[in-house]
Design a protein around this ligand. Structure first.
Ligand code: SF4
Length: 373
């Protein structure tokens, strides 16, 4: 079996690859996302499909061209179209003449038989302890990657020499990719954090702080969001992500449903969204609203919502966020990404939004000073 998975920032190409190769699968990753990936997806996917489907379709075509014969894709449920995507991609690829197997990992949602079937498929005839070991290594990589990326978001807007944070992060990610020991992953993570802390930073720089919210794939895949986190860092903005893969993995593999009388409680983000959007609308729609509310309470200067064109959950969240923004006097910029999104237009909108946040912050300082005197 020559297995492939879609790109998703550094997570799939490092942690996903690690899990599968440690279970003895031959892993053929798609090349990093490029304009060709996007063009392939746009050419063969129906026009109305959202951007993630198109890019992932492009990934699969490029991986099949490299010799992959088995595709692993995740499934979904609920009001968003994600649940149909694997099937649409399978039909398109078959109609193009590719020969492959597609394994769709549906979210188990308490279905023990489904969990056992996936465990069996993934473990590739290896022992259960090998599966656990491979899972632990991959999980350590996920945690380390997300922690280092988070730290880089904090340091980048403060760095004296442009690009130093990204250079150190890249080195750390490459070291994590090349190790297979949990102790070593932890050591590398600490070493990279130490290296970050040695970066010379600008003194007394008062930064704008922004929460990045929105659809999972667009928020986490730099090619699709035009490297928005780095762009903002270089504009002197400290970004905090509202999207992370860790809670998603935890909820998928949680065995809480086995507990008698178990009822899922709302998490703090859902609770914050509750007055505006009390129920899930699929995807990250509800967390997007909850994260905006929390960001305003925690003293952020604004939020940026990233949305793939035609994404229903994020369109709902965008409409709700207008009310949130008005009620809380909290600026939210919504950026919609599709195959037409251009670099210049995006830069202009980001710069204008950051200028607005700076002037609001300045006004707040003036008012505070006046009240104090
Ligand atoms: S969340 Fe949005 S972009 Fe993602 S699959 Fe659903 S509709 Fe498409």
């Amino acid at each position: 079996m020559k297995v492939t998975i879609p790109n998703l920032g550094n997570l799939a190409s490092i942690a996903g690859k690690s899990l599968l190769s440690n279970l003895g699968h031959e892993v053929i990753l798609p090349p990093s996302n490029t304009k060709r990936t996007l063009d392939l997806g746009v050419r063969y996917a129906p026009e109305y499909c959202c951007l993630p489907l198109k890019i992932v379709l492009g990934n699969f075509i490029e991986a099949l061209e490299k010799g992959a014969d088995t595709i692993i894709m995740v499934g979904g449920w609920g009001p968003c179209r994600f649940g149909y995507y694997a099937e649409i991609q399978r039909m398109i690829l078959k109609s193009l003449g590719y020969k492959f197997e597609m394994i769709v990992l549906e979210v188990p949602r308490g279905n023990l038989i489904r969990i056992l079937r996936y465990v069996n498929l993934l473990r590739n005839k290896q022992s259960l302890s090998s599966l656990i070991n491979a899972g632990e290594i991959a999980w350590s990589k996920v945690v380390a990657i997300e922690e280092l990326e988070k730290e880089a978001l904090r340091i980048r807007p403060r760095e004296n020499i442009k690009g130093e944070t990204s250079r150190i992060l890249k080195k750390g990610l490459s070291l994590i990719d090349n190790t297979n020991s949990i102790g070593e992953i932890e050591r590398i993570k600490q070493q990279i954090i130490d290296d970050f802390n040695k970066i010379k930073v600008k003194k007394n720089k008062e930064l704008i702080k922004v929460k990045l919210v929105g659809e999972f794939y667009v928020a986490l895949e730099p090619f699709v969001n035009h490297n928005i986190e780095e762009k903002l860092g270089y504009l002197g903005v400290e970004v905090e992500r509202g999207v992370s893969i860790k809670p998603w993995i935890t909820s998928v593999f949680s065995l809480n449903f086995l507990k008698v009388g178990y009822q899922k409680e709302k998490n703090p983000i859902e609770k914050a969204a509750n007055p505006y959007l009390p129920q899930s609308v699929g995807g990250e729609g509800q967390p997007t609203v909850g994260n905006v509310v929390l960001a305003s309470e925690k003293g952020f200067d604004g939020a940026i919502q990233v949305v793939p064109f035609t994404c229903m959950p994020e369109i709902v969240a965008e409409t709700v966020n207008k009310k949130v923004s008005e009620d809380l006097d909290f600026p939210v910029l919504t950026l919609i990404f599709d195959e037409q999104t251009g670099e210049e237009g995006l830069n202009t909108r980001l710069e204008a939004f950051i200028d607005l946040l700076k002037s609001k912050k300045y006004d707040r300082h003036l008012t505070a000073r006046r009240l104090a005197s």
